[in-house]
Design a protein around this ligand. Structure first.
Ligand code: IMP
Length: 417
């Protein structure tokens, strides 16, 4: 029996999980997604060809790997069909849980309308219908991928749902779909997706029993988790490692090595508290050098310093065995670098993350920077000040930094023994 290794985002998403899962996926037999939807996204270049992934696990670029989209994902048929067009012969290599919930075009309309109505209190969602799709799942009014196999029954269910909630849809200015057009649309989804719909729970148990190497690919990040993130400025899924169990149908005992992905600094897209955000030239410099623009929405990311309190908290929530420190080269050339080592809460110094991050201020320690480490592949080759920075992160978070990324290139990665 094997155990499934897990990659999880430790900050507000966009930590650089894409590079790590892409690199690691080459060595795994099965790669799985357990939560989120097409709000996630990363770009992978292989032999000069660009691939944009939102829902399909990164194992798709390893011809020998099987890719599973688990029941915890909300699946937008339009999005995955478009993504699938980038690849040939996915049959037998991609499987979608029949229990995953559908994210249909009206979910995006609800998402966007609700954000509009919230005005300056908007969450800053990706507008992709993620919240409404999960809300309907939890309120037991959602529709699942398996139901695509009977388009007319599904269309009836959707139209009934609209009639039952007509008053709400009227306020949101969303029209009831025309049944005939809906059947046509759902039939087109069925034609494209039917060969991929499966009971993925049994499939993953089988892989575990056969001692296959399994990688679980997290989306978004711990601080966006529906329970443990900066609510309500979060996404609607369970982004922590425990969510991978419910999102795939495996037990906590099936989880192997947990690697937390962190940037050497911090970024966040959308609204909500961000204690170590830097509003000075430094924040802008990080954004420019780090090319901090969202892959899915094209929005600029807010930037700031490494928050050791948040990372310590997130690492504990996930049970991280190690951290993978990404984009360390982005801090090249800064005369001083800062780490948030504690928070000030109403004049009191605290070294834990309170449930409400709105009223905390960062307390920083400042360190001497380094000139250039881009492309380094050995820990010994790093400048002394960069080593000190990494050691400090380990000391403050209590977790080993096992992997360090020094450029976007796959090979510019330090793996410490
Ligand atoms: P939603 O997931 O579209 O509902 O958006 C909720 C919040 O999560 C917003 O602040 C988004 O910017 C953020 N978010 C969702 N997906 C990602 C992601 O993949 N990376 C970073 N932030 C994300």
């Amino acid at each position: 029996m094997s155990k499934a290794d897990l990659i999880v985002g430790i900050q507000w998403g966009d930590e650089g999980k894409g590079k790590m899962v892409d690199m690691l996926a080459q060595n795994y037999d099965v790669v799985c997604r357990s939560q989120g939807g097409h709000n996630a996204g990363h770009t992978i270049w292989v032999d000069g060809v660009r691939y944009a992934l939102h829902l399909i696990p990164s194992g798709v670029l390893n011809p020998k790997a099987i890719n599973i989209i688990g029941n915890g994902v909300v699946l937008c048929p339009e999005s995955i069909i478009k993504e699938m067009e980038q690849f040939e012969n996915l049959e037998g290599r991609l499987f979608i849980s029949d229990k995953a919930h559908l994210n249909l075009p009206y979910h995006a309309l609800i998402d966007q309308a609700k954000e509009r109505l919230k005005g300056d209190k908007a969450i800053g969602t990706t507008g992709k219908g993620i919240g409404p799709a999960y809300a309907e799942k939890i309120s037991r009014t959602g529709f699942r991928v398996g139901e695509l196999l009977n388009p007319s029954k599904l269309a009836n269910g959707i139209v009934d749902y609209f009639e039952q909630n007509k008053a709400i849809f009227d306020v949101l200015e969303i029209a009831t779909p025309n049944k005939e057009e809906l059947i046509e649309l759902l039939t087109s989804y069925k034609e494209k997706l039917e060969p991929f719909i499966a009971n993925t729970t049994n499939m993953i148990w089988d892989a575990i029993d056969k001692d296959k190497k399994i990688l679980l690919e997290g989306a978004q990040g711990t601080l966006l988790d529906i329970d443990h993130g900066t609510y309500p400025y979060v996404t609607s899924s369970s982004c922590v490692s425990a969510g991978a169990c419910t999102g795939l149908g495996i037990s906590p005992k099936d989880i192997g090595i947990v690697t937390g992905i962190v940037k050497a600094y911090t970024t966040r897209v959308g609204n909500g508290p961000f204690p170590s955000e830097d509003f000075t030239e430094d924040g802008q410099k990080i954004a420019d050098i780090g090319k901090e623009v969202g892959v899915t929405t094209g929005r600029g990311r807010r930037c700031g310093w490494f928050d050791a309190i948040a990372v310590k908290h997130a690492a504990r929530l996930n049970g991280c065995d190690q951290l993978s420190l990404m984009k360390l080269d982005v801090l090249d050339g800064f005369p001083k670098v800062k780490i948030c080592v504690a928070y000030d809460l109403d004049g009191k110094r605290i070294d834990y993350m309170p449930s409400d991050l709105n009223n905390v201020k960062p307390i920083y320690e400042e360190f001497d920077g380094w000139d250039n480490l881009a492309g380094a592949r050995k820990f010994e080759d790093l400048p002394e000040n960069a080593k000190k920075y990494i050691n400090k992160i380990e000391e403050l978070t209590g977790v080993k930094v096992g992997i360090i990324s020094t450029s976007p290139e796959r090979d510019d990665t330090i793996i410490r023994g």
